[in-house]
Design a protein around this ligand. Structure first.
Ligand code: PLP
Length: 387
């Protein structure tokens, strides 16, 4: 007898969210324009108005003006443009960064002061306040890069409070809001952020499009030079199709408040269920987290084993650790929180989103429980019940 085909379920939205139908439709329309937004003829003007419409949507989603938003090829480029462009203009800035930031930030700031991180995965504001009060870098202003929400744990950072501290010390703040957009309110007005990074594919738009916001008057020097597009801040012919898809995805995401509440409550139920059957740690559970993310671990169950076992059952999740050159590397995010290696090596991330349905949570946790049972990390009572 042939086995019934099971629909795969996708629990990896923080890696890339599936393309939203609204985004696909907007991209098809933009493709049909087939012109360069810098051209002055009618088709060029039509491409320009499509681009500016998308810019307006993305900018207003973060409480910004259209003129302050620049499109890029993604979050990585936006982070690099800001972190290098600000320091090119103001070489005396002294960067501060937390170990849990995305590599796209860490790689740009090898000389930064490493900020203290709490065991819940947030920047330690008491430490920051103290550092700024006793600032050891005479003549150099602080430049903090602090993400809005972490891609692995979903932990939300106290960005507004950090911005207030940094501004009081005459410094500047950049916020990588790639994971926050569409999953929580994002506003440049919270603490008057100086720079913000965004990306299209985490919100249900296409990959290969992103943006940066610069507060009017904040220091910046363009690093990608050429034809002077994007008001000279980022040269290169704009990715009109990507921008249209990004705008449509953001527009759709802004109407999903009720969905986010449901995701949070289903996620909480799923975590409670996993904890009831095994000695599961939920990273960041004591502080505010994105509603869609759950990063869990249990000692004795390696992340690769769980990811593969769940994949065989059609459940797509990510491991918190990264595999490179055949070796499993501990997650730098969990390391920054002081999580011991044995626990960190078992960390997997479930992340849900716009197309998730209620039963996905049950199927994902069923698959995890079966994998854990096979490895003998499930509590004895449950094993007896299932014997
Ligand atoms: N910043 C964060 C927090 C991310 O999660 C990611 C993607 O994983 C990036 C930046 C990079 O964005 P992109 O994939 O658009 O280059």
């Amino acid at each position: 007898m042939a086995l019934a085909k099971i629909d795969p379920i996708y629990c990896d939205y923080n890696a890339t969210a599936p393309l939203r139908p609204q985004s696909k439709d907007a991209m098809v329309m933009a493709m049909e324009i087939g012109a360069n937004p810098s051209s002055v003829h009618r088709l060029g003007r039509s491409a320009r108005s499509c681009l500016e419409e998308a810019r307006e949507i993305v900018a207003s989603a973060i409480g910004a003006c259209r003129e302050d938003l620049t499109f890029t090829s993604g979050g990585t480029e936006a982070n690099a443009a800001i972190l290098n462009g600000v320091r090119l203009q103001e070489p005396l800035l002294m960067p501060i960064v937390c170990g849990f930031e995305h590599d796209a930030v860490l790689a740009q700031l090898p000389d930064a002061i490493s900020a203290q991180v709490t065991s819940d995965g947030q920047i330690d504001l008491v430490w920051l306040e103290d550092l700024l009060k006793n600032w050891p870098h005479e003549g150099r202003s602080p430049f903090l890069s602090l993400m809005l929400a972490n891609n692995e744990t979903g932990v939300i950072q106290p960005v507004e409070a950090a911005a207030n501290l940094i501004h009081a010390a005459d410094g500047l703040i950049h916020c990588d809001a790639v994971q926050g957009l569409g999953k929580m309110p994002v506003s440049v007005l919270d603490g008057e952020l100086d720079y913000v990074t965004l990306s299209g594919h985490k919100v249900g738009g296409p990959a290969g499009i992103g943006a940066f916001y610069i507060r009017a008057g904040a220091p910046f020097k363009a690093t990608l030079l050429g034809g002077g597009q994007e008001m000279g801040l980022r040269s290169g012919t704009q990715n009109l199709i990507g921008a249209a898809g990004f705008g449509a995805a953001v527009d759709a995401a802004l109407n999903e408040e009720a969905k986010l509440v449901t995701l949070a409550s289903k996620r909480d139920n799923m975590e409670a269920r996993l904890k009831s059957v095994a000695n599961v740690t939920v990273f960041g559970e004591n502080v505010p987290r994105l509603p869609n993310t759950s990063c869990v671990s249990v000692e004795g169950l390696r992340a690769e084993t769980q990811v593969m076992a769940m994949d065989l059952e059609g459940v797509a999740v990510s491991s918190g650790s990264a595999c490179s050159s055949g070796k499993v590397k501990q997650s730098h995010v969990l390391a920054s929180m002081g999580v011991p290696d044995e626990l960190a090596l078992g960390a997997i991330r479930f992340s849900f989103g716009w197309a998730t349905i209620d039963e996905d949570f049950e199927r994902a946790s069923d698959a995890w429980i079966r994998a854990a049972q096979r490895k003998g990390v499930i509590s004895n009572t449950l094993n007896k019940e299932n014997a």
